[in-house]
Ligand binder design. Structure first.
Ligand code: APR
Ligand code: PHB
Length: 389
């Protein structure tokens, strides 16, 4: 088998890249280790920057997004029970679209299948070869046989635990990391949201977030201890904790329905540089992770593959390699700004167990400043809606 671009991983990064290339007539093939039902069933975050929504439109995967995406022009912050609003549109002229990543993945798979993009699920044992040479190839098992896919380039879109970054010798790059001393416990419930915008709360018992997937489906999170187990958190305990941390108005409006899904995720910041090694390009979670507080994970995956697609299109249309050579530098410049924002917004809204009284007072002062300063709110809003590409 041969293709121009072998794409490892059918998450948002790999799927979106495949469609950006396919609409330009550039052959590619996506190799995914899990089955389609697993990929389409994973519950992830759900806030799209306008630039991400525009990319979905460009590849014709936006009809459900247009019909069901919820346009939000602001969100609310609750500080010790008192709520104030960050008016995104008023401050920046832009808003965000609330639409689950699960739905984005379904829409991209659907678009790919309709367009006839080769999308191979259940591709096991993927290995990359000769990424430093001029004729790289990928081997994997599929349908009980060993397969070889020859290509010009490989896009490593296989997430944080994938093989693409793991296969590089550590001395080829630098890894930067922060692990936070807490996790997020998330719950998805068939219940109308408690508020028409998202609510981020900093409470003495820890962070909480009220989000949504639609007008009938809610998504909530509470900060939990790293060693908490799901069994520690009955639905009742979780709803009670959300009510306390989100405060009066939200607590009154909250519909307590049984959890459809409940999970605990650690919080991590991670970047691997550079994002290119020979003919291998890393994109999305394969190259970087952000804590979910700023909702940047999916949006960064989208901006990475936009830069990468631009480089590949220029290469195949005009024979120019400059776009590919600039990929890592351009992507990392945006990645680090989102890393900074996600780290900052996490620090502002969480109560870490190792926070001393000095750090806590600085946090309270910063929240107070944010409440009263349009300049501070604009800085937050600009980053939240997404910095220019
Ligand atoms: N071979 C083939 N596929 C693999 C391999 C492998 N060895 N390892 C992982 N994969 C697949 C995973 O099963 C998954 O479908 O790669 C895909 C990676 O998808 P994501 O983890 O969703 O990463 P990405 O596409 O970069 O999207 C980033 O997703 O994880 C969230 O929070 C993250 O919002 C961010 C976004
Ligand atoms: C979500 O709805 O899952 C969500 C929303 C906003 C965030 C993180 C997650 O900052």
């Amino acid at each position: 088998m041969r293709t121009r671009v072998a794409i490892i991983g059918a998450g948002p990064a790999g799927l979106l890249l495949s469609q950006l290339l396919h609409v330009e007539g550039i052959d590619c093939m996506v190799l995914e280790q899990r089955d389609r039902a697993h990929v389409e069933g994973r519950i992830r975050a759900g806030v799209l920057e306008q630039a991400t929504a525009d990319l979905l439109e460009r590849v014709g995967a936006d009809s459900r997004l247009r019909a069901h995406g919820l346009r939000h022009d602001g969100f609310d912050l609750v500080v010790d029970g008192e709520m104030f609003r960050i008016g995104l549109r008023d401050l920046t002229g832009a808003g965000v679209v609330v639409y689950g990543q699960t739905e984005v993945v379904r829409d991209l798979i659907e678009a790919g299948l309709q367009r006839g993009t080769p999308l191979l699920f259940d591709a096991q044992g993927v290995r990359l070869h000769d990424i430093d040479g001029s004729a790289p190839f990928v081997t994997f098992e599929h349908d009980g046989g060993e397969q070889t896919l020859a290509c010009d380039f490989i896009a490593g879109c296989d997430g944080f635990h994938g093989v693409s970054r793991a296969g590089l010798s550590p001395e080829l790059g630098s890894a930067f990391e922060r692990v936070y001393p807490c996790g997020w416990l998330g719950i998805l419930a068939e219940a109308p949201p408690c508020h028409d915008e998202l609510i981020y709360s900093n409470h003495e018992r820890g962070f909480a977030l009220a989000s949504m997937r639609s007008r009938t489906r809610s998504r909530y999170y509470v900060q939990c201890a790293l060693d908490d187990r799901l069994e520690d958190w009955s639905d009742e305990r979780l709803w009670n904790e959300l009510a306390v941390r989100l405060g009066g108005r939200a607590a009154e409006a909250m519909t307590r329905a049984p959890a459809i899904e409940k999970s605990i995720a650690p919080l991590r910041s991670f970047v691997f540089e550079p994002m290119r090694h020979g003919r291998l390009f890393l994109a999305g979670d394969a190259a970087h992770i952000v804590p979910p507080t700023g909702a940047k994970g999916l949006n960064l995956a989208a901006s990475d593959v936009r830069y990468l697609a631009e480089g590949l299109i220029r290469f195949y249309r005009r024979g120019e390699a400059e776009g590919l050579e600039a990929y890592s530098r351009k992507a990392l410049a945006r990645v680090w700004k989102a890393e900074r924002f996600s780290w900052w917004f996490t620090g502002l809204t969480h109560r870490f167990p190792d926070m001393d009284p000095f750090a806590r007072r600085l946090q309270a002062a910063e929240l107070d400043y944010l409440r009263s300063s349009r300049a501070a709110q604009t800085t937050l809003a600009e980053n939240y809606v997404g910095l220019p590409l």
